[in-house]
Structures are given as C-alpha cells and as structure tokens.
Design a protein around this ligand. Structure first.
Ligand code: AMP
Ligand code: ZN
Length: 124
C-alpha cells in the first residue's frame, strides 16, 4: 500500500505548502474555509483514506500523530479547543486523506452541557 497518492490534494499539501506547524511525518495548515476563529487541519504525510484505516499506521506513528495535534494547538496558543475527525461522506468528510480538525478561539456552537445530564434533567 503506497503511503502517498499522486491524485490526493492533502498528499500534495503535505509535500509542499505554508504550514502552521510541521514535524517529521506531519504538517498543520489553516483550513481554507474556517468554521471557527482558529481552524487548523493536521495532516499525516502517510496517506490513508479515512480514520477507519488508522490501524495501517504503526503504533508509534499513531501516538506521534495525537501528540502533534496537541502540540499544534499549544503552538497557536489554544488551551481549550475541539478536535474533530469526520469519517465518511455522510459524516461530512470531503477530502479522503485522514485529517484532524482543531477548532478553537471562540465559543462552542452548542451549549456546554453533557447530553446525558441534559437527558437526565429532562426526565425529572
Ligand atoms: P472534511 O470535510 O472533514 O473532509 O474536511 C476537509 C477540510 O479541508 C474542509 O474543512 C475544507 O475547508 C478544507 N480544505 C479543502 N481544501 C483545502 C485547501 N486547499 N487548503 C486548506 N484547507 C482545505
Ligand atoms: Zn493523500
């Protein structure tokens, strides 16, 4: 299985681009269509289509990827933020190269009440 695809937008960005943060095997870029005041995408250089295929990464690569997400958020000054991965077209995935959204810098779009608590209160 090749770790890079010639026809993949994020493979090409991972090879060359303007990065918010970069480390061996990973890059972080600003999202072209931000959904929050800070909206960054973390891309592994190693191509897999979706998070479903994350087992194709070596264990140390997976660990490093998660660390790189946290490092990137810290580097841009975020302490509170959301990390989102859309998995599959009907879940909103539009680019089929695994990537992690880091969203921060503003209020969350939903009330900050855990769903289970909200349901428990509704049943009282
Ligand atoms: P997803 O919908 O989860 O697959 O996320 C793909 C993201 O890539 C979207 O938020 C797009 O705005 C973003 N995007 C698409 N093309 C580019 C690009 N050339 N540079 C930066 N972000 C991009
Ligand atoms: Zn790719």
């Amino acid at each position: 299985m090749p770790t890079r695809r010639d026809d993949c937008l994020f493979c090409s960005i991972a090879r060359q681009g303007a990065y918010v943060h970069q480390a061996k095997g990973f890059v972080a870029i600003n999202d072209i269509n931000p959904q929050a005041p800070v909206h960054i995408l973390v891309l592994p250089e190693h191509h897999v289509d979706t998070f479903r295929d994350v087992a194709e990464f070596e264990a140390k690569e997976t660990k490093r990827m998660l660390e790189f997400v946290a490092e990137t958020a810290a580097k841009v000054g975020l302490t509170d933020y959301r990390v989102v991965v859309n998995v599959g077209a009907t879940a909103g995935q539009t680019v089929f190269h695994l990537h992690w959204h880091i969203l921060g810098g503003g209020p969350a779009s939903r009330e900050d009440v855990p769903a289970a608590v909200a349901i428990a209160e509704a049943n009282e």
